[in-house]
Design a protein around this ligand. Structure first.
Ligand SMILES: [Fe+2]
Ligand SMILES: [Fe+2]
Length: 179
């Protein structure tokens, strides 16, 4: 796995996400072992260059929306889930779902999906002003943590004039983020 991930800091991030996801899963009554595994594997396609991401997703007949075409890096999440199945024989659909949804989230998020999404957004290696407050919130209230984290992400994209992917907007709507 070390070779696949390729970079020391990426490996450290995955270990932190695994620990945070495990902790949040325990708070949310989700499976902590599945959360840890999803956390460890979530970024296995993160270092693929854009052309390779597009090509690998196309080859598997995976959906490539406008947002993904503009930012192929977004595809590392669903492609990571496909690779976890193919390379590691992982067949657990709950874990694969959490990997696939860790970047953009989705209209339908299980507690395990939320644990991995929030762990990836809020692990201590992330350095943005609201991180600590959001992490505190996420440990006490899953829906409030999702709402506030999605709001923060969308705010960040808006401030930079970047588009918000439909999956992320659907998640925001599902968790009651004010538009
Ligand atoms: Fe990622
Ligand atoms: Fe990540």
């Amino acid at each position: 796995m070390r070779v696949e991930i390729g970079q020391e800091h990426r490996y450290a991030h995955c270990v932190r996400v695994a620990r945070c996801a495990e902790l949040l899963a325990a708070c949310y009554g989700a499976d902590t072992r599945k959360a840890r595994l999803a956390g460890l594997l979530h970024d296995i396609a993160r270092l693929y260059p854009p052309a390779r991401l597009l090509e690998q997703c196309k080859r598997r007949g995976m959906a490539i929306g406008e947002a993904e075409r503009a930012s192929p890096v977004l595809l590392h999440a669903p492609l990571g889930a496909a690779l976890a199945g193919e390379r590691f024989g992982l067949a657990d659909t709950e874990i694969l779902s959490a990997i696939a949804k860790h970047t953009l989230a989705d209209a339908h998020m299980s507690p395990l999906d939320c644990a991995v999404y929030l762990a990836d957004s809020l692990e201590p290696g992330r350095s943005f002003a609201e991180r600590e407050a959001l992490w505190e919130l996420a440990q006490h209230d899953m829906a409030a943590g999702m709402r506030a984290t999605l709001q923060s992400t969308i705010g960040y994209l808006h401030r930079r004039g970047l588009p918000v992917a439909p999956q992320c907007l659907a998640a925001a709507r599902a968790f009651g983020v004010e538009e």
